[in-house]
Ligand binder design. Structure first.
Ligand code: ZN
Length: 342
């Protein structure tokens, strides 16, 4: 019984071997009938090839593909070929670089280089910083024209004049039409540090980076008059200006024949010695004491102009025009302060 079992087992193994061994051998032989298929990318073309070549170098030689110094293949030449392999040839890029005012010059670099890589090389060549207006991380393509502009900066100091401000004070203390400079302005001086930026060899901007005050400007005050002839004001105000103050014996007159000797029908009626029509603010003086045309301020009477003369007005006297004979009479004769205005 045991012998029969042993024989059966042997027969079983012989059977298994007879059936499966030829399958294994057959399968092994079948593989030898096919070559590996590889994908080749070059010059924008992607193709699949069955190849008998053993290495990448042999494959490229078989395909008649040559590479220049800056071309790159995705595998070393001695890499063994396998089925499904992706082989790509990255050709060198030929492009142009222009700097400042220099025209574009041809460059050749390996594929994959970025604008920034070129920028660094240009900076090293010229030993100065350069600017690029667009995306620095972009990969360079054949026929690109890259334009770089040098960038440099310079500092210098200079003394500059600082203009003064003018404060305009419109005031009833000054006769309309006249301006009195109460305070003269003075320019200041600053020492400034200036930063000049040059782009592409040309000045691009100037910025003041530091200021040292040597002297500050002093502002000016202009008192600009608004007072009408005959208007009154406060003679103690700081913006009331005068050259000197006189003490004169004052009288008053009107345009009547009693006061002037001229009837209303007279062509010279109401016309002063200076040729001006009379009005409140016109005063008669001794032209040897106060020249005609002098601007005055008369205490209690207001802004006036010396525009008339009179036979009785000799020496330190003043005659004030009034509109009515009654007022002139009432005024009488009194001593008044009279300011000679500037
Ligand atoms: Zn009169």
């Amino acid at each position: 019984m045991h012998r029969i079992k042993a024989i059966a087992a042997v027969l079983f193994f012989v059977f298994v071997a007879a059936v499966f061994l030829p399958l294994v051998v057959f399968d092994f032989n079948a593989a030898d009938d096919y070559f590996p298929v590889v994908t080749l990318s070059d010059l924008g073309q992607v193709n699949r090839y069955e190849t008998a070549a053993q290495t990448v170098g042999e494959f490229l030689e078989d395909m008649g593909i040559t590479t220049a110094l800056l071309d790159r293949v995705s595998y070393p030449a001695d890499s063994p070929i396998y089925d499904g392999m992706d082989i790509s040839v990255k050709r060198a890029v030929r492009f142009y670089v222009a700097t400042d005012d220099n025209p574009p010059a041809p460059w050749v670099m390996r594929y994959g280089i970025t604008v920034e890589d070129i920028l660094l090389q240009v900076q090293n060549t010229y030993d100065t910083p350069f600017l690029y207006a667009n995306d620095l991380t972009r990969k360079i393509e054949t026929a690109d024209v890259l334009r770089f502009q040098s960038w440099s900066t310079r500092y210098f100091t200079e003394v500059v004049e600082v203009p003064f401000e003018i404060i305009e004070n419109y005031t009833g203390s000054v006769r309309s039409g006249r301006t009195h400079i109460r305070q003269r302005g003075a320019t200041g001086e600053h020492e400034v540090t200036v930063n000049v930026v040059y782009i592409g060899g040309h000045e691009d901007s100037r910025t003041i980076t530091d200021t040292v005050v040597i002297s500050d400007p002093v502002y000016a005050i202009y008192d600009i008059g608004t007072a009408a002839l005959g208007a009154t004001t406060n003679t103690n105000a700081s913006d009331f200006h005068y050259l000197r103050r006189l003490r004169l014996q004052a009288t008053a007159y009107c345009a009547c024949v009693v006061c002037t000797g001229k009837n209303p029908g007279d062509p010279w009626h109401g016309i002063t010695a200076s040729g001006r029509q009379v009005e409140h603010g016109i005063v008669a003086v001794d032209r040897d004491v106060i020249p005609l045309g002098t601007h005055l301020y008369v205490e209690g009477y207001g802004f006036a102009i010396a525009a008339d003369t009179g036979g009785a007005i000799v020496g330190d006297k003043i005659d004030l025009f009034m509109y009515s004979h009654q007022d002139a009479l009432r005024f009488g004769r009194r001593y008044l302060n009279v300011w000679v205005l500037s």
